[in-house]
Design a protein around this ligand. Structure first.
Ligand code: KG4
Ligand code: ZN
Length: 357
């Protein structure tokens, strides 16, 4: 039996420092040997959001031992590694540069190929880390940095059907939480407060609800919440505002996901309709159950990757690296960090997603 490639993946695009070793089995399915993730939540908490300079410093401090831990936990040796993959974008340039430089240096030191990976490609293929999912599938990625609907057709074959034109959904949750006096990242806490509130108490805007296909927009919501938050008098008002926000998001995602289903079906001939939801906001139980019901109504199979593969992680980066390694798609050592890098090249001129390649 031929030796299966062993790939080290490194992720540092935002506020998680992560490293993973991955190989594959005889069927060509990924085998995650280690998946180490170190979150910087504690570093950014008091600032109410990610501070790029602090994030970069924290990556610098942690990256050596995170990579070492990933190698140790994999049970394999440095000499066995066949290639190194690092996230090259999109993300915060000062953060990307840490993992990218580390990956390039590591690959050079062991004299093995280096592979630059698009972080979004990692998320897009992440459901394949633990399931033998067939292409194509529709992906909704809802995290602190991204909100988009993607038709995932194969490695390097993606069609972006919709994206946020301003804030990401996780960002909208965190900003709402901040206005209610909740610590960063407040998304999960909003969900808990919302359980005690009246979802119909405050009427909030639903930007581009009736236009823009399945594009999303959340910035107007934040402005409305800022105004209302100044009128809040009691804890109950707070719960009601959290519930109204949560309910508005559910209404937006219900409508936009239905549009995304139609668009996805228009461009693919499907034996099975599959809808994958990834990113931190996918942990929201009410959004989850709404999307599960929507899938039932529309004959979609619904997949939520496990939490360790759902948020930012290096296993997904290593997996993309492994696929590219097998195709000899290596990168030069002068590959730049690319802060804005949409997967779908035809989408690059859309508002809010510009990129210079
Ligand atoms: O994908 P993720 O873990 O990491 C990055 O985006 O880097 O997503 C984190 C985001 C944060 O904005 C967080 O507030 C949000 O996901 N989030 C939630 C919930 N859990 C995490 N938002 C709403 N409800 C939740 N239960
Ligand atoms: Zn991400």
């Amino acid at each position: 039996m031929s030796k299966k490639p062993l790939i080290l993946g490194i992720e540092s695009s935002c506020d998680e420092t992560a490293a993973s070793l991955i190989t594959e089995n005889e069927l060509g399915l990924p085998v995650v040997l280690s998946n180490i993730i170190s979150s910087q939540v504690e570093v950014h908490k008091k600032f109410g959001g990610v501070v790029p300079e602090l994030a970069a410093r924290s990556h610098i401090e942690k990256i050596d031992w995170i990579v070492k831990k990933a190698i140790d936990e994999s049970g394999r040796k440095i000499e066995e590694i066949d290639g190194v993959a690092s996230t090259a974008g999109p993300g915060l340039i000062v953060c990307l540069s840490v993992g990218l430089s580390f990956g390039k240096a590591f690959a050079s030191a062991i004299n093995k190929p280096f592979i630059a990976v698009n972080h979004l490609e990692g998320h897009a293929l992440s459901p394949k880390l633990n399931s033998n999912l067939e292409f194509p599938y529709l992906l909704l990625l809802i995290s602190g940095g991204h909100s988009q609907y993607l038709s995932v057709n194969n490695l390097d074959q993606y069609k972006r059907l919709g994206t946020t034109i301003d804030d990401a959904l996780g960002e909208a949750f965190d900003k709402t939480a901040k206005l209610l006096g909740i610590e960063f990242p407040g998304g999960p806490k909003i969900e808990i407060l919302a359980e005690k509130g009246d979802p119909k108490k405050y009427k909030l805007p639903k930007p581009i609800f009736n236009k823009g296909g399945c594009n999303l927009s959340f910035a107007g919501l934040k402005t409305a919440i800022l105004k209302i938050s100044k009128t809040i008098k009691s804890e109950q008002d707070k719960y009601d505002l959290a519930a109204s926000f949560q309910n508005t998001i559910e209404e937006i995602l219900y409508k936009k996901t239905r549009i995304a289903f139609t668009e996805f079906e228009k461009i693919n001939s499907l034996n099975e309709k599959i809808f994958v939801v990834a990113g931190g906001v996918a942990a929201n139980k009410k959004i989850r159950s709404m999307l599960i019901n929507l899938c039932k109504e529309n004959n979609y199979k619904n997949i939520f990757p496990p939490i360790e593969f759902c948020g930012d992680n290096a296993a997904m980066i290593a997996m993309v690296g492994l696929k590219k390694y097998k195709l000899n798609q290596f990168s030069n050592l002068d590959h730049p960090a690319i802060p804005r890098w949409p997967l779908d090249k035809s989408a690059i001129f859309l508002k809010g997603a510009g990129v210079k390649l």
